[in-house]
Design a protein around this ligand. Structure first.
Ligand code: DX5
Ligand code: ZN
Length: 370
């Protein structure tokens, strides 16, 4: 975790000159450093930063100084920084430092270190004629979501669903996942009542838990889930997600999952309006949008799910909840890019991973999809 005041000597990307990014909270006193655009010596900045030590600053503005050969040439501002979402602005102080790649190198460094800074999404708002910023953000992997806004989803997670795995060689398939860039393992539990299919339960979950260090993401497609949530946590689930349509005690399910020590998710079927779960967002760790009818792998992605992701993203950003968006069903490298850009954090993929020639590569292609 990078703390305010840390001096991070970060690997620079494009510009061979950038050697240090200074991280500090930007309060009114700092304005004096940024108003007159002449460069400052590293000593001044460091002294200033040290006198400002008050622990890590959330819900405010963070400023990263771009320093080249001991000279501060610009800054990156993270506005409304609440630990995972921030607006970003890039400032290069003087004409002679422009167009040397410093800004894009610094921005790239921020996106490379998003994990340790706990930033999952960066939003850049550019005005119409600001062409240099547009190319800058596009070059750094930001995607334009409307005429003035660019989004960069840093924390992209793929959760392969083992429903599509080869159960005659489950250990081999879990080992593949363990060696892959997938960060989660998605476990689909079906009871044959809530959905017209039966999959597996505790006897499968336990060996999966033993076989991997990755996040075990259990998706309960069962009626009255509160009966079993504790046992699914004890069997090794890190996340337990139940269906909105399967219970009339949503608070009880969330509380039971938290009490058992796991993170709680709620899932909604394609026909369920996403706004219906708004009142629980502050309590939830995850919302799972079904982009197919639950019950089977290998179905086609329901296109209207994208709008649901955008709506949910807006709901979460508005209320400031720290809740992940997961989407599940019919996902592959063909649609992963637009789904991440719509605001999803976690993509579940079964048949597009386990049915692929090169399963690990199928995961990489989804992570890097534009
Ligand atoms: C369906 C499950 C999904 C499914 C995904 O009810 O919840 O996780 O296994 O499989 P694909 O990626 O093949 O649609
Ligand atoms: Zn699932």
């Amino acid at each position: 975790m990078v703390l305010r005041g840390d001096i991070c000597t970060l690997r620079s990307v494009e510009s061979k000159d950038i050697d240090t990014i200074l991280l500090w909270e930007n309060d009114p006193a700092v304005a004096s450093f940024s108003a007159p655009h002449e460069p400052y010596s590293r000593y001044d900045i460091e002294q200033f930063v040290r006198t400002q030590q008050q622990g890590f600053f959330i819900n405010g503005q963070l400023r990263l100084m771009i320093e080249v050969k001991g000279l501060v040439v610009g800054a990156i501002d993270l506005f409304d920084y609440n630990g995972w979402q921030a607006e970003v602005g890039v400032l290069i102080y003087n004409e002679q430092h422009r167009n040397k790649g410093y800004a894009s190198a610094a921005l790239q460094i921020v996106t490379d270190h998003a994990d340790e800074m706990q930033i999952r999404r960066l939003k850049a708002v550019v005005d119409t004629e600001n062409l240099p910023s547009r190319t800058l953000f596009e070059r750094c992997g930001f995607v334009k979501t409307d005429n003035f806004t660019y989004i960069c989803n840093m924390k992209r997670i793929i959760a392969p669903s083992i429903l599509s795995a080869d159960f005659g060689n489950l250990e081999r398939d879990i080992r593949m996942l363990d060696e892959s860039r997938a960060e989660w393992v998605h476990v689909d539990v079906m009871d044959g009542v809530f959905v017209p299919n039966i999959s597996f339960g505790f006897p499968v979950l336990k060996p999966v838990r033993q076989a991997t260090k990755k996040i075990v993401d259990t998706h309960l497609m069962i009626c009255n889930p509160i009966r079993y949530v504790k046992r699914f946590v004890e069997a090794g689930s890190d996340y337990v997600t139940f269906h909105y349509e399967a219970t009339d005690d949503i608070d009880g399910c969330i509380d039971a999952i938290h009490a058992a020590g796991a993170k709680a998710g709620i899932s909604i079927k394609p026909a369920t309006d996403v706004r219906i779960i708004e009142k629980w967002l502050a309590k939830l760790d995850l919302v799972l949008i079904m982009s197919v009818e639950p019950g089977f792998g290998g179905q086609s992605f329901i296109p209207s799910s994208l709008e649901k992701v955008r709506t949910l993203r807006e709901m979460i950003d508005t209320c400031g909840a720290d809740c992940l968006i997961e989407i599940d069903g019919g996902i592959s490298e063909k649609n992963a890019g637009e789904i991440f850009t719509a605001g999803a954090d976690v993509l579940v993929a079964g048949s597009s991973v386990f049915g692929a020639e090169d399963q690990k590569q199928a995961i990489v292609k989804m992570l890097e999809a534009k």
